[in-house]
Design a protein around this ligand. Structure first.
Ligand code: NAD
Ligand code: ZN
Length: 248
């Protein structure tokens, strides 16, 4: 076992309460591409801004077209060793909460109870009306869209969009408030698989550190916040977390 992993194990062992903060990197080993790795989704298609989705029918069509393609990866994805290691930490009581930027639902699928996951960027496994917030399942939407690209519309006349937060869309108030509280109540903050460039989410590691928590960053590539961290781990997430937590 490397000195870095030993250090990581000691930090986990000595903490009262850890918070895990995850990004797209924890799900790449499940076959879901991230945004910013070379060859990631980002380099292939520019994200659609919320204002464009709302103002342009063609953008709404394009957004549903992409969603159908992306779902081919999402629907096959299963939790990997990194998700399982975090689930074990939650189950043992060492990790109080997982704050995630991911929209894939894989933390819940790995056995973490719903109330222990804070989703900052929403969830892509269902849709909601932008006006009355009613929930819609994706199956019937896909059926109509695949036939002749019919756009889903709510009974109230509102536009229906996947329950994710797009660029330019307001952050979910309750989730942000809970994430801030949790960040301020932990003594170990573990950042996993995030390039830490999407704000306001990327502000949480520095907030935890300023509040006195130890900060660990596990990411293949360097981040702008590595200099704040007590420990930086560049290893692959599944192996790193799996070894540190003792989970296969
Ligand atoms: P990002 O794509 O900006 O960064 C991911 C980081 O993870 C990269 O820096 C990369 O080096 C690292 N990484 C990837 N695989 C790794 C591995 N196996 N081991 C170690 N490091 C690895 O992701 P982000 O910071 O989460 O921001 C992107 C936004 O896009 C998020 O807000 C999220 O909402 C959304 N997104 C979500 C998913 C998902 O739900 N799985 C996928 C793509 C994008
Ligand atoms: Zn509605």
């Amino acid at each position: 076992m490397s000195d870095e992993i030993k250090h990581f194990r000691k930090l986990i062992h000595n903490c009262e309460k850890a918070v895990a903060f995850t990004g797209a990197g924890i799900s790449t080993e499940s076959g879901i591409p991230d945004f910013r790795s070379p060859g990631g989704i980002w380099s292939k298609m520019k994200p659609i801004d919320f204002s464009d989705f709302v103002s342009s029918e063609e953008m709404r069509r394009e957004s549903w077209r992409r969603k159908l393609v992306l779902d081919q990866d999402f629907n096959k994805a299963q939790p990997n060793r990194g998700h399982r290691a975090l689930a074990a930490l939650v189950q043992r009581g060492a990790c109080g909460i997982i704050i995630t930027q991911n929209i894939d639902g894989l933390h819940q699928a790995s056995g973490v109870p719903e109330e222990k996951v804070i989703e900052l960027h929403g969830n892509s496994t269902y849709a909601t009306c932008l006006d009355c917030k009613k929930r819609f399942e994706l199956g019937p939407i896909y059926e109509a869209f695949e036939e002749d690209e019919t756009l889903p519309v709510c009974h109230c006349g509102g536009m229906i969009k996947t329950a994710t937060i797009s660029f330019g869309q307001a952050m979910p108030i309750v989730a942000m408030r809970q994430a801030k509280q949790q960040t301020l109540s932990c003594d170990l903050f573990i950042t996993i698989g995030s390039s830490l460039v999407v704000y306001p989410a990327a502000g949480f590691p520095a907030l935890a550190k300023r509040n006195g928590a130890k900060l660990v960053i596990n990411n293949r590539e360097p981040t702008d916040q590595d200099n704040l961290a007590d420990l930086v781990l560049h290893g692959e997430i599944g192996d790193t977390l799996g070894e540190a937590v003792g989970v296969d």
